[in-house]
Design a binder for this molecule. Structure first.
Ligand SMILES: NC(=O)c1ccc[n+]([C@@H]2O[C@H](COP(=O)([O-])OP(=O)(O)OC[C@H]3O[C@@H](n4cnc5c(N)ncnc54)[C@H](O)[C@@H]3O)[C@@H](O)[C@H]2O)c1
Length: 356
């Protein structure tokens, strides 16, 4: 069991949660340095945690001077590839970064290729699968309580690059990592193409998997809602339908199931809310599994990059299907997107004015 030296860029909202993840395992990780362009924010984050890593405002310099095993970055979506290039140049073993994994298919491919070429084990923060509610769903599905899985449904009020990326990943996870063969999609609304997480306002689609399972996904404000408007960011649900029952879970700790073991009754439960679980459960478990994977090739991380890349292809496929009015087969061929998808979406999507 090795102890890994970590350097992190980004001490914003999510960056602080990443810090808590590393710090939860002092026997596995040593946080040697942090970096943020906003020095006041960085100092506040480390003082609140009573830690004294080296401080930087330049990621390249931090990596050159501290030579960490693990590089973590938690920056806005526009900053991905340049930091992965730094990770490759400075020879890190492990890379942890935030969703969405990229803002274009070309960038997603470049990130995957760089990590493969440099033997970097990379993970993307699709960490809701560590929620107690999601674990309840996994236990129910894997235990066979709902019979053979036939259909999976994912809905989020937030848009594709915000929470859609999470829930596409959770559909893959609920389906045991099986690959998708095709997607059919609809998108509309152009206002959120200008967001820091660029997306159509609304995305809906079907995903067909190699094992015959189908998934239905919808992301954006028009999606089915399961909570009050005040819980917009938590209003996400994953549901799995099997031959003998149904199980669902949400981001705020709730779950429910109706299975062959529940004697005709629906059973439901409520775990701790998201705000409690994210720092004390999700990120520590995410970090623990990362150390285990770094130690041992045979213990792959549930949020590893190749799964995120497949999810990214699915998201791109949903948009391409909508723009081209065709079914899109996966994997996407190398020349499938000669043009940046977002340029096309900006040019081709009409105004829709449904955000309020
Ligand atoms: N996985 C999740 O559950 C989850 C939840 C919220 C946000 N996120 C993701 O986390 C990412 C960051 O979101 P956030 O809310 O923490 O943003 P934030 O604005 O609070 O923090 C980003 C930080 O990165 C710093 N930064 C930006 N560029 C930098 C650079 N080149 N060098 C050094 N520092 C730099 C900024 O100064 C800022 O402090 C986004 O991609 C977002 O989608 C994920």
């Amino acid at each position: 069991m090795e102890r890994y030296r970590v350097a992190q860029v980004g001490c914003g909202n999510r960056g602080k949660v990443h810090l808590d993840g590393w710090l939860a395992h002092p026997e596995r990780f040593e946080l040697v340095a942090v970096c943020d362009l906003d020095e006041a924010k960085m100092r506040q984050a480390i003082e609140a945690r009573r830690i004294t890593p080296a401080l930087y405002t330049d990621a390249d310099r931090m990596l050159a001077e501290t030579r960490p095993d693990v590089f973590c970055f938690s920056t806005p979506p526009a900053i991905r590839l340049a930091l992965v290039e730094l990770a490759a140049r400075h020879g890190v073993k492990g890379l942890a970064f935030e969703k969405p994994m990229a803002t274009s298919l070309a960038e997603a491919r470049a990130i995957l290729a760089l990590c493969r070429a440099h033997g970097i084990k990379a993970v993307v923060s699709h960490q809701h699968k560590y929620l107690t509610s999601f674990q309840k769903l996994a236990e129910t599905v894997r235990g066979g309580d709902i019979g053979r899985v036939e259909r999976i449904e994912a809905t989020c009020q937030a848009w594709l690059a915000q929470l859609g990326t999470h829930f596409v990943d959770y559909v893959l996870w609920a389906n045991g990592g099986c690959r998708a063969r095709w997607v059919v999609g609809h998108v509309h609304g152009r206002e959120l193409l200008a967001d820091s997480h660029p997306s159509p306002n609304y995305t809906m689609g079907q995903i067909g998997f190699e094992n015959g399972v189908r998934a239905f996904v919808e992301f954006g404000k028009l999606s089915a809602s399961h909570m009050g408007k005040d819980r917009f960011w938590l209003d996400n649900r994953l549901t799995v339908y099997g031959t003998h029952g149904t199980v669902w879970c949400d981001t705020d700790g709730r779950w429910g199931r109706f299975t062959r073991r529940t004697d005709g009754d629906a059973v439901s439960g409520e775990g701790e809310p998201w705000r409690v679980q994210q720092s004390v459960r999700l990120q520590p478990l995410f970090a623990r599994d990362f150390a285990d994977w770094l130690d041992d090739e045979r213990r792959p991380h549930p949020c590893r990059l190749d799964l995120s890349y497949h999810g990214y292809e699915i998201m791109e496929g949903l948009c391409l299907s909508a723009l081209n009015h065709v079914r899109v087969d996966l994997p996407l061929p190398e020349n499938s997107t000669p043009e940046d998808l977002f340029d096309r979406l900006r040019r081709e999507l009409p105004d829709c004015h449904e955000l309020s």
